[in-house]
Structure formats: C-alpha cells, structure tokens
Design a binder for this molecule. Structure first.
Ligand code: ADP
Length: 489
C-alpha cells in the first residue's frame, strides 16, 4: 500500500516536472532568451569558422602558385645549365637546396629516362621513378594536387625553350604544415573568443529575457488579483504598446461584464416587480371581498372580473418573458427557410384587423415587389406582430396604419407607420428596452408589458437586421426594419 503510494507520488513528481519544463519552453521568457542567444552567438560561430577556413584554403592556394612560379624559373635554369646531362652545377644544386628549405619540401629532378638526377632528400638519386604523374607530365600535362591538404604535390616539365621538347620533370612536394599550424593557433584563439562572447551573450540574454518578460508577469499578477476578487482596479500595464492595448481591451471586457451583470440584476428585479403587481392587485381585491361580511353578488362579480383581468395580465407577462428568453437563445436554434414575406405580412394584418376595426382604424399593406427571404418565420412573425399591434394600440379612433414592403438585391425593408399618439423624443432611445413603457399613465389605459419591442429587436438582430424608430408626438410613429434576404450565419 505504502509502496504503491510512493511510486504514485514519484510518478506525479515526474509528470509535474515534465509539465513545468514544457511550460518553460513555451514561455515568452525562454523564447526571448533563445532567440537572443541564437542571434548573437550563432552568426559569430559561423563567421569565425568560415573566415578561418577560407583563410587556410587561400593560404594553401597562394603557397601552391608561389612554388609553381619558382619551379618554372628553376626549370628554365635547369635547361640553360644543362643540369640534366651535367648535374655538377653548384649554383643549381644550391638553389634546389635553398628552395627545399624555404618551402619545407622535397624537389626531385628526373631526366627523360625516368632516372632521378637530384633528390633534395638524397634518398632516391640514381633510381627510376615511373609514376603516373611523371608519365603524364612528359606528355605535357602538369599536375597540382593537394594530398590530404597537408602537402602540395606538383610536376613541372623541364622544357627546351625553342623546340618545346620535354627533357625532364621536376617532381615537387611541399609541406603546408606551417599554414595548418597558423590556422590551428588562430582557431584556438577564435574558440576562446567565441566562448567569452558566448558567456557575455548568455548573461545578456538571461537578463534581457527577464526584463522583457517582467511586464507580462506583472500583468498575470494583476489579472490573478482581479479574477480572485482582491482588486477592482483597472489593469494598467503601459510598458509596451501591446501590454497597453491588452490592458485597454481587458478593461473594456470587464466593464462590459459589469454592465451585463447590472442589467441582469435590473432585469430580475423588473421581472419580479412586474410579476408582483398583478398579484398585489389580486390580493387587495380578494382581501377587500373577504373583509366584508355580506358583500353583494354584483360586487363579487365585479371583483372576480378584475381578478380575471389581473390573471390575464400575469399570463401575458409570462408569455412575453418566455418569448424573450427564446429570442435570446443562440442563433443555432433558428429555423431558417425561404419565406414569402408578402404572405407573412398579409397574415399578420389579417390577425390584427379585428382589433383595429374596434377603433375604426384603416390598415393598408403596400408591397412594391414580391419578396422571398431566408428567415425564421415564427420569430419574424412575432417581431412584426408587435410593431403592427403597437401601431393599432397606440393609435386614435379612425386612425390609419400603413405597412410597406420593399427590397433591393441584398435586403428587404418593412415600414410600419401609424397616425397615433407618437413617442416623445426623450423616450425614443429607451422604447426597445425591457419593461420600458413611455408614459405610465397611458400604460394603465392601454394594455402592455413593456416587452414587445424588446422581443421585436431581439428577433431582428438574430437575423442580422436593424430596426429604427422615428416619431412626432400627436402625429404618429414610424418603425423601419431592414433584414438581409439571405441569412448570414
Ligand atoms: P407594450 O407592451 O407597453 O406595448 P412595447 O415594448 O411594445 O411594450 O412598447 C414599449 C413602449 O413604447 C410602449 O409602452 C409605448 O409607450 C411605446 N410605443 C411602442 N410603439 C408605439 C407606437 N406605435 N406609438 C406610440 N408609442 C409606442
């Protein structure tokens, strides 16, 4: 039992260490550090290596050309002193020894019978050298090889100037050790230099990564304080343009959330209040009936009628609230299909006409063209029915309601105009708000919950449309709706 607990906790420790390492690798701090290190150090390593290598190659090439030139001069002298036939010339022998010392190399003079006339190492004099290079040189090809890069080997023809006849071959092998030694000393110095610079860059990278990352750490700290509820201050990290912008956007979101929270609280208190009002009325009515010993039947009837009205009102509020909640749900729940908007409006007008005829209100539908649009017919019917019902409700006797429908290639437009009481300018901004009613005095006379226009706006917005209102008190009101013909998801 205990053992298994130990192994488990050991595994957890490994997993959390592994996670911590991955988190560190993903951090901005590590990336800044890594980029700085790479950008500062890698070019230096590459450049130093490249420069040294090209120095060495160049030095070897120069050495080869140098030796070749010297050998050409020597070959001319060999011909003019007839050295191949008579190798007794002290001058030439001396020069061969001198060149051999100077270039740390071996100079072998071979005559046309492949016999070695002179070897500066004195090892193979009098012997025959029938190597491939020597034969090729007799045929007129000079060779210049870098064997192992540690020495340069070359063959130079000893040629008579006039007849161009090749009388012998100069076989040369020159050491490049001195160049390699120089190279190694320089490479050693470069390595020390790179290591010192590497250490300096590493320190700078660690410090820079720490300082550049600090504002973000401060930001995380402040965000944690805000999210844990220890601070209500605005986020203010102004070190970089980016942190400043993140702070601004974050503060905006927090403010929006605060507003949302306040409006939610307000909505809940409004709902409770609105639902309580009819209940309070019913309670008052019931209490007053109960307090009377022998109330007449007529009074009972009258009060029960009032109670029924209050129940009806309560019912309407609940129905509207449910519609509103349904409207607010995600657009994914929309039932989008091609709908004939002319038919839809005609049907609504037919439904509202009986109420209109009570006040002798004339209702006209003016359609400029047939319109079919991709909409949720249920929600849109609710939106237009509220507008048209309001146009009737807040109208005067013998008034008129004018509904028009038009479209272009992108949108269709519906206008609902009425000859009613109008909305005061100061109320225009609020009519779409939940539970807002313009004048509480007329709200007593005209039935309503203050939710109709909120439902309308919500239904139009879910279709990515727009609604505007314009009105003159005493003259009438116009609601203008614009909705895309094709639903934009
Ligand atoms: P209500 O249930 O009170 O009708 P609405 O949300 O539909 O709620 O409307 C909000 C308020 O806007 C109404 O109480 C009314 O004062 C005003 N209003 C809406 N439509 C009209 C209109 N066509 N003419 C005059 N006032 C209107």
């Amino acid at each position: 039992m205990n053992r298994s607990m130990f192994t488990q906790s050991g595994e957890w420790a490994i997993i959390s260490r592994h996670r911590g390492f991955i988190t560190y690798l993903k951090s901005l701090k590590f990336r800044i550090f890594f980029v700085l290190l790479l950008a500062g150090w890698l070019p230096m390593v590459i450049v130093a290596g490249g420069v040294l290598d090209s120095y060495r190659e160049r030095a070897i090439t120069v050495r080869g050309t140098d030796v070749q030139n010297q050998c050409r001069i020597l070959s001319n002298q060999l011909v003019s002193y007839n050295y191949l036939k008579d190798p007794s010339s002290e001058l030439i022998s001396g020069e061969l020894t001198q060149l051999s010392n100077l270039y740390d190399g071996r100079f072998i003079v071979i005559d046309e019978n492949f016999k070695v006339i002179r070897d500066t190492y004195g090892l193979i004099e009098g012997k025959l050298v029938v190597s491939e290079e020597v034969i090729r040189c007799f045929k007129g090809e000079t060779t210049n090889q870098l064997s192992n890069k540690r020495y340069i080997e070359m063959t130079i023809p000893i040629q008579e100037a006039e007849s161009q006849r090749i009388m012998g071959v100069l076989l040369v092998s020159v050491s490049t050790d001195s160049i390699w030694d120089n190279y190694e000393v320089l490479a050693g110095n470069a390595r020390i230099f790179i290591l010192i610079c590497g250490a300096i860059i590493l320190t700078c990278a660690v410090l820079l990564a720490y300082f550049l990352d600090r504002p973000f750490n401060r930001m995380i700290g402040s965000l944690q304080e805000i999210s844990e509820g220890h601070s209500t201050d605005d986020l203010k990290i102004r070190t970089y343009t980016e942190t400043e912008r993140i702070s601004q956007e974050f503060n905006k979101i927090v403010n929006q959330m605060r507003v949302l929270d306040e409006s939610r609280q307000e909505f809940v208190s409004n709902v409770s209040h609105e639902l309580k009002t009819p209940l309070t009325s019913m309670k008052v009515l019931a209490d007053s009936l109960l307090s009377q010993e022998e109330a007449p039947v007529e009074l009972y009837k009258e009060f029960m009628g009032d109670i029924a009205e209050e129940i009806e009102r309560e019912n309407k509020i609940i129905t509207d609230l449910l519609s509103l909640v349904k409207m607010d749900k995600k657009a994914a729940n929309l039932n989008i299909e091609p709908v004939d908007i002319n038919d839809l409006l005609e049907l609504i007008l037919k439904r509202v006409r009986p109420i209109a005829s009570k006040k002798n209100i004339e209702m006209v539908l003016e359609s400029f063209r047939p319109v079919t649009a991709e909409v949720d017919s249920g929600r849109l019917t609710l939106a237009f029915i509220n507008l048209i019902e309001n146009a009737v409700k807040y109208n005067k006797e013998n008034g008129w309601v004018h509904v028009s429908l038009d479209a272009d290639h992108k949108f269709f437009y519906v206008k609902v105009m009425d000859s009613g009481m109008g909305i005061p300018e100061e109320s225009l901004d609020y009519v779409f708000e939940r539970f807002y009613r313009v004048d509480k005095s007329h709200s007593n006379e005209i039935d309503g919950t203050g939710l109709g226009l909120a439902i309308t706006k919500s239904a139009i917005l879910v279709h990515k449309g727009a609604v505007k209102v314009s009105s003159h008190v005493g003259e009438g009101t116009t609601f203008s709706v614009r909705i895309p013909l094709n639903y934009i998801a």
